[in-house]
Unconditional design. Structure first.
Length: 425
């Protein structure tokens, strides 16, 4: 099989030649996946050079139709002749798939693509942003709870547990576990992330796969938390971002710094949904309820290896990540100083602090232009394919350091923090 591509403004056309059978259908599937990852929302497949199509090949086309429909894009197939046209007709797929090639090339699928209000363009040396204001002048309120500073060397007890409900307007990060009390959760406390009623938690016992709960009807997820932060309110800005060069990799610290700058925020809650080039992070191996060695720290070498797993290289490449956390500029002032125990520099020579967790999912395309954060994140959890959960770190070791998490393109919601308070245990 041979596949060549041709661009007509916003429409990408794939010219296919050869046999579309089980052996070669994966090649076409990969070409369609590459187009989606590159941000194309209008795709035309020219089958005029295809002499045979099996059920495997037709399956690729029908799946692609569903993917483009889910993002309100355009997908069409044309040029089928002889036995290929006949099998498409007999299988009842003609109405779904077949279009006139010339007409599709002229219209470019514009009439079926996403319609949305325009955003404002903002450029940096490496990143192109389109900025939307879904809820102008909105702000977030933030609550900090627990003692994050005790993690290095101390232990936690039942007196430290705070029960946190995660309603659909709440975001959160911290250490916690699903359960009603300390005794039930004591061996399972680990990283937790919550976005708009969707909660993921990585237990320190069991298989190492994260568990999750989602708000449905009257059900509101809740967890026993040792420390962390919650934020409630509406996100003021949506930033759609992409690298200015096809080979660009957008580092987490650079993205967060620009998010604060574009919203003129000194501290903000941030949610990112983006295609990854790779995540760098850590996760707990053991619950912090267990004690460290005498006078020791969980970060001391070699004990750190017993307590923490670090990604040896960037993990979950070409996946879709939901990243949530708090970011702030230094120095922290006013009530934002309550964030001090939670935040760390996002890079050694930077003035941006942050604390971010990331949930990884298989890649799937999403709509262009404006997105609703709740709908976008909930659709990923509804697919029941959560792959991993990490506390993101910038590995700055001079020789063996992996560096920062990197992204290719995505969406970033930013909510400036109006107030930060401490919640009593």
């Amino acid at each position: 099989m041979q596949i060549t591509s041709e661009q007509h403004d916003d429409l990408l056309e794939l010219h296919v030649q050869g046999r579309l059978d089980n052996e070669w259908s994966a090649t076409l599937d990969q070409a369609i996946d590459d187009a989606l990852r590159q941000g194309y929302h209008s795709l035309l497949v020219d089958l005029s050079g295809v002499v045979y199509a099996s059920s495997a090949g037709l399956g690729v086309l029908t799946r692609a139709h569903g993917q483009f429909r889910a993002i309100r894009g355009f997908f069409g197939v044309g040029g089928a002749q002889g036995p290929v046209a006949e099998v498409i007709r007999l299988t009842g797929l003609a109405k779904m798939l077949l279009v006139d090639l010339e007409k599709a090339r002229i219209t470019r699928g514009v009439g079926q693509s996403t319609i949305s209000l325009p955003g404002k363009l903002a450029l940096t040396d490496d990143i192109e942003f389109v900025v939307y204001d879904p809820t102008p002048n909105s702000t977030m309120t933030c609550q900090v709870f627990g003692d994050a500073e005790r993690f290095a060397a101390g232990t936690y007890s039942s007196a430290d547990v705070v029960q946190i409900p995660f309603s659909p307007d709440t975001g959160a990060i911290g250490l916690g576990a699903f359960g009603d009390n300390f005794e039930e959760c004591s061996t399972r406390f680990g990283e937790l992330l919550a976005v708009q009623g969707n909660v993921a938690q990585l237990a320190t016992s069991g298989s190492g796969r994260p568990d999750y709960q989602t708000a449905r009807g009257e059900f509101i997820p809740k967890a026993s938390m040792l420390y962390g932060a919650t934020w409630t309110g509406r996100y003021e800005r949506l930033l759609r971002f992409d690298g200015r060069d096809p080979e660009s990799r957008i580092e987490l610290h650079a993205l967060v710094e620009q998010a604060l700058s574009l919203t003129n925020s000194s501290a903000a809650a941030v949610v990112i949904v983006a295609e990854t080039a790779g995540l760098v992070g850590a996760s707990l191996r053991k619950s912090p309820v267990q004690a460290t060695k005498a006078n020791g720290s969980r970060f001391d070498h070699p004990e750190v290896r017993d307590w923490l797993f670090f990604t040896p290289e960037r993990s979950f490449p070409r996946s879709l990540a939901v990243v949530a956390g708090i970011a702030a500029k230094t120095p922290l002032t006013g009530d934002a100083t309550a964030l001090t125990p939670l935040l760390r520099p996002l890079r050694r020579d930077g003035n941006i602090l942050g604390h971010f967790h990331a949930a990884a999912f298989p890649f799937r395309p999403f709509k262009k232009r404006q997105l609703n954060v709740a709908e976008t994140v909930t659709s990923l959890f509804d697919a029941e394919q959560l792959q991993g959960l990490l506390h993101l770190v910038h590995d700055q070791r001079e020789i063996s350091g992996t560096g920062d998490s990197e992204f290719l393109r995505g969406a970033c919601w930013v909510g400036p923090l109006k107030s930060v308070t401490r919640r009593a245990t």
